[in-house]
Write a protein that binds this ligand. Structure first.
Ligand SMILES: Cc1ncc(COP(=O)(O)O)c(C=O)c1O
Length: 404
């Protein structure tokens, strides 16, 4: 088999979509108008699938900070921190993240993806063992691959299954790393963190929680689900991204472990890539300050997602989880999801189409994520579009495992 042969299947899939005149994975936003609106295909469109949870991408202070950094420090760092040196602002952001979480130290990475890659590949290696929730993000899986560690998957959000697997490890459990997420990106369901932390307490080991979709959203101070459930002190490594609630790009790990600083020296995704640009760091620092003071934003976000969740339920849609910043409409069949997604776009509503194998349990999803910046009228308009495109009664999704 030639190296290009494997693309024939992808090409066939692409031809199928072309024939329908749909390109869900190549959408071009011609103009961004605000955190909640853009122009797509000449149509004014409500953006309801951006992960821009606090709506900070147009925040005046974040933009001013980025402008200032551009003027003072230029457009890019042109190299890795290990080779070219860190800018003072990289280190300041790390100190601010550590202080925000009340932990000893932080490492800033160039993306959230690299934060998982960098931490996992820096910390673990052949001979170690990582237990990961089966629904973990690709970056957690890829970090394990890069590290060469032994990987054991446990059933999604299932503390009993984790217990069984830890027990089977015997004395190795005390040194195992458990990796999971706060809020899961596809269905928007929350990890039962208290139960999972209890397993760590029983067997030992270390806990990594990726709060990509819960930072800024959960917890009185916006630190994420671990803060909300009162278990932050038991998390050894918090992973986060700047690309969602913070409205920028980049990622981080915070930890109380004194060894965190040394992990930089063993982390290829930290060493062999250029560090984030000064404007990105500056806007992220401003966004972190806003997030920390963001009780009002979290309240707005909550009102918004409760409105959308209730609206979609009233229309008879099956949703993947109780109300939260990620609202997934669960559809049984790929074709139905494609059609729904396309019809919504034609009505000026942009959401995410998620198809297997990227989704859990082979379901097809229309994934919505709202922000604090959406207005009640915009959410009414989103619900009105969903009402118009509602599949005929009887088109039922497959058996659900997520609680409503
Ligand atoms: C759980 C999780 N972790 C990490 C990432 C990667 O973050 P980034 O897009 O900032 O690289 C994502 C992105 O969607 C995610 O959902």
């Amino acid at each position: 088999m030639g190296i290009f042969d494997k693309f024939s299947k992808l090409a066939a899939g692409r031809r199928e979509l072309d024939a329908l005149g749909i390109d869900p994975f190549g959408v071009q936003i011609d103009r961004i108008v605000s955190p909640t609106e853009g122009v797509i295909g000449g149509r004014h469109t409500i953006l309801a699938g951006t992960n821009n949870y606090l709506g900070l991408t147009f925040d005046a202070q974040c933009i001013a900070a980025a402008h200032h950094a551009l003027d003072q420090e230029g457009t890019g760092t042109t190299g890795s921190r290990m080779a070219n040196g860190s800018y003072a602002s990289h280190r300041l952001l790390e100190e601010e993240l550590a202080a925000f979480y009340g932990m000893r130290d932080a490492i800033v990475f160039s993306t959230g993806y690299q934060a998982n890659l960098g931490l996992l590949a820096g910390l673990t290696g052949p001979g170690d063992v990582v237990l990961l929730d089966a629904d973990c993000h690709a970056s957690i899986y890829d970090g394990c691959r890069l590290s060469g560690t032994e990987v054991i998957r446990f059933r999604h959000n299932d503390a009993d299954d984790l217990t069984r697997r830890m027990r089977r490890l015997g004395p190795r459990a005390a040194d195992a790393l458990i990796a999971l997420e706060g809020i899961y990106s596809m269905l928007g369901d929350r990890a039962p963190l208290r139960e999972l932390v209890a397993v760590k307490r029983e067997f030992g080991g270390y806990l990594l929680v990726d709060e990509a979709h819960s930072m800024g959203v959960c917890g009185a101070g916006g630190r994420g689900l671990a803060e909300e459930l009162g278990v932050l002190a038991e998390v050894d490594f918090v992973i986060g991204t700047f690309s969602k609630s913070l409205g920028g790009g980049g990622g981080f790990c915070v930890s109380d472990r004194p060894e965190l600083d040394l992990i930089r020296y063993a982390s290829r995704p930290y060493i062999f890539t250029a560090s984030p640009a000064p404007a990105t760091i500056a806007s992220t620092r401003a966004a972190l300050r806003r997030l920390a003071q963001g009780h009002d934003l979290r309240q707005r976000l909550r009102e918004n997602y409760e409105q959308l969740h209730a609206g979609l339920l009233a229309l008879g849609y099956t949703l993947g989880a109780p109300p939260g910043a990620v609202i997934a409409v669960v559809l049984g069949e790929r074709g139905e999801a494609l059609k729904l997604w396309h019809e919504l776009l034609l009505r000026g509503v942009y959401v995410n189409l998620m198809l297997p194998p990227a989704t859990p349990d082979g379901v097809s999803l229309i994934r919505c994520s709202l922000s604090a910046a959406h207005t009640t009228a915009q959410i009414d308009a989103v619900c009105a579009a969903f009402a118009e495109v509602r599949p005929a009664a009887g088109a039922t999704p497959p058996a659900q495992r997520a609680a409503m």
